[in-house]
Design a protein around this ligand. Structure first.
Ligand SMILES: Nc1nc2c(ncn2[C@@H]2O[C@H](COP(=O)(O)OP(=O)(O)OP(=O)(O)O)[C@@H](O)[C@H]2O)c(=O)[nH]1
Ligand SMILES: [Mg+2]
Ligand SMILES: [Zn+2]
Length: 311
């Protein structure tokens, strides 16, 4: 992929190098080279920044510690969120979404629902982690809120990254091995705490990058990919409050609801929107208690948002 792949320590300006984007913060990216070469802080060529963590890129060194990304390699997938006006990239080339929730702060079921739909729509597996199970007073309620998702077939793993760190490896290692997994969740759920347990030098690496990218705060402000010691990679990301999915089409949305699938194709009208049509098999399943009304409400909201996109 490189033109004149550099030998150790022999990189000169203008060389085209191949690497993987391992951190993203605004328009700043850190690229880990494929060959023996320094890790560089890179900027995308042009104004629009469409580079994501996990992307394989071609870049050119422009100074001792900086480079320019000139080409993005083909992606298996790209996870992102979007509202009417813009989209924000999470990461590319993923296998799995690890949705991190906690007993407290109270997690948003809306965000959980959206993350699961995004995973389904992008062909990614999802794994739900309920962290902070040491907080006894909030445990019963959190379990109760997650029961319907277990019933839908999603795996929920209970952990206390802080009080029972020894349980983290046995519960997660086999599920993370040789796969690219992104941790998603609201701020304060414990994503970085988990990453620090699973990746031996993550903490040091994070501090180093925080200073490189001018952020020294405790809360994660950039997306960062780490190699797992047992194979595979783990991506830590900043907590978020909104998960717009304006880019998904109605067809993608109906198929992304695992609980709708048995009923699709059984509506009276072949082009049924499952919103208020007579003879709608999905709405009948809601009436019969086979689909939770909350799930249908999320679907209706997402269809509404999808129709709002400014093209
Ligand atoms: N009680 C308890 N606290 C925990 C546990 N895991 C993490 N915490 C605490 O929760 C707080 C937030 O943890 P982080 O790992 O920084 O959370 P985060 O999801 O990375 O947050 P952002 O980076 O802001 O998105 C920290 O003070 C942790 O010490 C746990 O199992 N139990
Ligand atoms: Mg964090
Ligand atoms: Zn229908």
């Amino acid at each position: 992929m490189t033109r004149g792949a550099p030998r150790k320590g022999r990189v000169s300006a203008g060389d085209r190098l191949a690497g993987t984007v391992i951190a993203a913060h605004g328009r700043h990216y850190l690229v880990m080279p494929e060959h023996e070469a320094p890790m560089l802080q890179c900027f995308p060529r042009g104004k629009k920044s469409e580079v994501a963590v996990g992307d394989r890129v071609i870049y050119e060194q422009s100074s001792a510690d900086q480079g320019v990304i000139v080409e993005i390699g083909e992606r298996r997938n790209l996870l992102y969120r979007s509202d009417q006006f813009k989209s924000k990239l999470f990461a590319a080339n993923l296998d799995q979404l690890l949705i991190v929730l906690a007993t407290e702060p109270h997690f948003s079921e809306d965000l959980l629902g959206r993350a699961l739909i995004a995973a389904e729509a992008h062909g990614l597996e999802s794994l739900i982690v309920l962290n902070k199970i040491d907080v006894q007073s909030a445990l019963a309620l959190a379990r109760e809120r997650l029961a319907p998702y277990r019933a839908l077939g999603y795996t929920v793993i209970e952990l206390s990254a802080k009080m029972a760190p020894g349980d983290v490896h046995p519960q997660l290692d086999a599920r993370l091995k040789d796969r690219s997994t992104i941790l998603l969740g609201q701020s304060g759920m414990g994503k970085s705490t988990l990453v620090n347990l699973l990746v031996p030098d993550a903490d040091a690496a994070t501090r180093e990058i925080s200073s490189a990218l001018n952020s020294g705060r405790h809360t994660t402000t950039f997306t960062r990919l780490y190699d797992l010691p047992g194979g595979g990679s783990l991506i830590d990301s900043p907590g978020f409050q909104e998960f717009g999915l304006h880019h998904l089409t109605e067809g993608q949305l109906e198929r992304a609801f695992a609980d709708f699938r048995p009923y699709l194709g059984h509506c009276r009208f072949y082009n049924c929107h499952h919103l208020q049509e007579p003879g709608c098999a999905v709405l009948e399943a809601v009436d019969d208690g086979k689909i939770r009304p909350e799930r249908h409400a999320l679907y209706a909201q997402l269809v509404h948002e999808a129709s709002q996109i400014v093209r």
